[in-house]
Every structure is written in C-alpha cells, then in structure tokens.
Design a protein around this ligand. Structure first.
Ligand SMILES: [Zn+2]
Length: 100
C-alpha cells in the first residue's frame, strides 16, 4: 500500500499492519469503529492510519452519528416509556465494525 508509515516517527521501530478500533464522540453519542487498517508500532503503540482511510472513516462515522441522533429523536417518546419500565444508563453507544 502506498503512503504507509513503516517506521515509527516516535521511536524508530518498524511498524506492523494491524486492525485497530477508533473511538469517536459527537453530540453525546459514542461510536467505536473497529476493523480499521493501520500501521501500529509494536514498541510504543503509536498508530498511523493512512490519510485517505482516516478521512473516509471520519466521514462515515460522522454521518452515522447524525442519523443515529435523528433516530433517537424520532423514537424519544417510545424510549422514555421504555426507560420508565427499566431505567438504563444514559450512555448512547454505537458500534461499527468493518467486516470483509
Ligand atoms: Zn514507536
């Protein structure tokens, strides 16, 4: 792959291609996206996500969070009635997994 960082700029160790998870938070909604290819330093743990992949991931996650927020708003009344029955923690989590 072009543009991959093969030497860690923090410690000079050779990086390895791995799948990582990235956590985002936006509008009070947390999203974790896993299966993102990145070069990872086995020594210090620094992660290098290729720029084009990072841009795509941020774009998709942002749009998904926006749509999730819309869905939460549309189902607000229903959720409130459910929450009265069984109180849940307020944390809103969204998990996205890239699978081949
Ligand atoms: Zn390193």
């Amino acid at each position: 792959m072009k543009g991959l960082i093969t030497i860690c700029s923090e410690c000079g160790t050779r990086t390895e291609l791995q799948e990582i998870s990235i956590e985002f938070e936006r509008k009070g909604i947390r999203a974790t996206m896993s299966g993102i290819l990145a070069m990872v330093c086995p020594n210090c743990g620094e992660k290098y996500v290729p720029g084009d992949i990072a841009g795509d991931v941020i774009d998709v996650v942002s749009r998904t969070i926006d749509e999730t927020e819309g869905l939460l708003k549309r189902t607000e009344a229903h959720r409130k009635s459910l929450l009265l029955v069984r109180p849940l923690s307020a944390a809103k989590r969204l998990e996205l997994i890239l699978a081949p």
